[in-house]
Write a protein that binds this ligand. Structure first.
Ligand code: SF4
Length: 171
């Protein structure tokens, strides 16, 4: 009887493991333990990451532990349909990598951009890190500037912008 019970529990455990692996694959998450999440269907994350050093705060949708590393995952509801991820998405993910590095003390090797149709690994290279640091510098300088010129020529962005009514530069 005890043996039968042990066999049933083992089968149940294996079944749950297979289901959780399948769900993880569907979600496009890298293997590893999720340590916190901030995505709709999951528990709401109340714990943003802070970096005093870079004066930066943010909440990645998921943080996945892989060995000593913690990998940030940013979820987008749109599909890529074979296109490259937007630079702005890569920079947002790079900012999360920087936050993980400073707040948790271990530099991640990469982050993950999870779209509706695909999950993309983005390596957190020295170039990407330099890129995000330079954007942060630019943003800090812009905070003290009197007049900031428009940074794009895209009328669609202006149409969707919440500042359109008060912006003199709107297209
Ligand atoms: S309306 Fe102004 S602030 Fe908004 S996107 Fe256009 S230029 Fe930028």
């Amino acid at each position: 009887m005890t043996l039968l019970l042990a066999a049933i529990l083992l089968l149940l455990g294996l079944g749950l493991l297979t289901i959780s692996r399948r769900q993880r694959k569907t979600a496009g998450l890298p293997p590893g333990a999720i340590i916190y999440t901030d995505a709709g269907d999951w528990r709401r994350n109340e714990r943003p990451l802070f970096s005093d050093r870079y004066r930066l705060a943010g909440k990645p949708d998921y943080l996945v532990r892989q060995g000593r590393e913690v990998i940030p995952v940013e979820v987008k509801s749109t599909s890529l349909r074979g296109r490259e991820p937007y630079d702005s998405h890569k920079m947002q993910l790079a900012a999360y990598c920087l936050l993980v590095e400073d707040a948790l003390g271990v530099r991640p090797s990469h982050g993950v951009l999870k779209y509706a149709d695909i999950a993309i690994r983005v390596d957190y290279t020295d170039d990407l890190r330099r890129g995000v640091l330079s954007i942060l510098d630019e943003m800090r300088r812009a905070l003290h500037a009197r007049d900031i010129p428009r940074s794009h020529d895209d009328p669609r962005r202006c149409r969707a912008c919440g500042y359109r009514d008060v912006c003199d530069d709107a297209l």
